[in-house]
Each structure stands twice: as structure tokens, then as C-alpha cells.
Ligand binder design. Sequence first.
Ligand code: SAM
Length: 331
Amino acid sequence: MNDSLPGRTGRLGVGAVIRSTIRGDRDDPTTLYSYLGGGALLADDTDYLNLGYWQDGPGSYRAAGDALAAELARFAGFAERSARRAVKTIVDVGFGFGEQDVLWARRFGLTIVGLNVTPPQIARAAARVAGEGLADRIRYVRASGTAIPVASEAVDGVLALESAFHFRLRDDFFREAFRILKPGGVLATADIVALQPLAGWSPTDLVRRLLVGGGRRFWHIPAENLYGPEEYRARLEAAGFQGVAVRSIGSATFPGIRALLQAPATLTRFPRRERPIVRLAGEAFWLPYRAGWVDYVLVRAVKPKPVRAAKSRKAGERAPSPRSAPRPDGA
Ligand SMILES: C[S@@+](CC[C@H](N)C(=O)[O-])C[C@H]1O[C@@H](n2cnc3c(N)ncnc32)[C@H](O)[C@@H]1O
């Protein structure tokens, strides 16, 4: 099915990886994702570009990608339901090739506005959505999560599936998400956090700086976005959010992607000279997690409802209006 969509190349390129890492902060992620090809990078039947959720032995990369998308939607508080009736509207920031949007529309009854900065991904995702007959439920816009072209207080949810670490800066995204959410709306991310600062000169510090710092440059992650779960929570609260919940799922993501990247069926998708890099990528995901330097988290935060409305509702409950108050004679 994916082959009928525009833009498939699925090539990594040794030179591209080196160029991407050297250029680091000078490029935006658009360049990186053009290196990573036009879809179906790691398996023929899916365009997912995330680590996957391998908790219950999904059996394929496609199933692991679906499992991660579903886990994020559930963590955000959306219920699985019939797709016949759209019940909530969300913005999906960093939608990649749009795989998760089809799942969220069908299984969670969501209407979706997707934002992405990588043009070939947008074209392929839009073709997928049209092919699935979901163009009335999923709309794509070329825009950044740091300047969202959506009216204030317009949506029920903002989801970012493995993309917020890219945003320059994640804080700007928090501010924009807060603005466009209705009171009571939820922001949820599947994200990678740094558990230790890139500092120090011991041999271990140097290995950490090399691996995490090198990964940061390759993936075009601003240095300002490297912080841990507590800081993540504090920054969300500073943006106005409440009820922040952070759940570590590193054990269900990093080992699975390492196994996938080292499986013969994955390696043979790449030209022989690129295979060592793909293997190395598996280690580069796994080692920093194993060493306790990074983690993968699901994060949820709620935009509070205005206090005045909540207070007057409470007051209304305590002192019902004369019309609705039961009459002393019980009539
Ligand atoms: C790791 S991929 C994840 C894609 C998809 N969510 C998935 O799970 O397959 C990160 C995505 O974030 C997008 N992205 C990076 N920076 C962005 C920004 N500032 N605003 C919107 N999207 C961005 C990239 O183009 C890419 O599609």
C-alpha cells in the first residue's frame, strides 16, 4: 500500500548521517528527515518514524508504532470508541507520515489538524489520508509547533508523538499548546528526556557527552530541550498547565528499537555499506538508556478551567436557584 504513495526512497546514506551530525544546530529537522527518506524506512508496511511500544510483544514495527500511538491517546485520556462520530478535535504536532492520525481518527473518534515542517512527509501523509477516505476528519498544515496557526481555545487536545524534543524550543510549544487548548483540554507528548546534564570530565562523562551530545546533534535537538522529568513538569506548570503526569516507558521502547535495528530483516533493507550505521543506531538508542542518561516518557498536562466558573458552579450546587429549589411543601 505504501508504495502507491508519493515520495518513497527509504535510504539513509553514510554521507548524509555525517553531514547531519556535523551541521547539528545549524540545520532544522527538515534536513534530517529528508535524509531519512520518503517513508517505509524500517518496514514495508509502515511509515512510522518512532521507537515503537514493545511492551506486549507487538510482533512487528507497524504494530509497535500503532501500540505507541494508542498508548499516548489513552494516556491523554481519550477513550477508544466507534469512529463513526468524531467527538473531540486535536492538533497533532510533528505528524511524520500521518500513520498515527489514521489510527486516532478510526479508533479514538478524533478529528485532527496535523502540523509538520517537512514538506515530503506532508505530501505523503495527505495522500494516505485521502486514500483512507479520512480527508474530512484529518487536515494537514505546514507549520511549526512553536507557532501554531489555530485560534485560541479551539481544541480539546494537543498531541506530539515523539517530536517535541525537536522544537525550538519545547517551551514555545508548551505556550502555544496552552493557548489553543480549551479550558480542560489536554496536552500529551511521547518524548525523550535527559536524566543527566552533559557536563563533567570523567571518562564516563566524556562517553555520555559523546553519545548523548552526538545523538542530540544528529537528531537536531536544541541543547535547551535537554532536561529531565521534574524540569519538564516545572516548565509545563510555568506555562499554566496543571495535573501534570509523567510516566516512564523507556523499558518498552529502547530495547525494542535496538532489536529491530539489529534484526537481519531490517538490516537487509539498507545497502551493505550502510548496515553498520543502522546497527550502531540501535546501540546509540540503547546505551544511553541502559546507562541511565536518557529516558522515554509519556507526559500529560491539563489546561485548568477558569476558577471563577468552577467557583460559581460550586456555589450554584450549594444554593440552588429559587425556581429549581424544592418547595417546602414538597410540591
Ligand atoms: C521522530 S518523527 C515522529 C513522526 C511521527 N509522529 C511518528 O511517530 O511516526 C518527528 C516529526 O516531527 C516533525 N517536526 C520536527 N520539528 C517540528 C516542528 N518545529 N514543528 C512541527 N513538526 C516538527 C518532523 O518533521 C517529524 O515529522
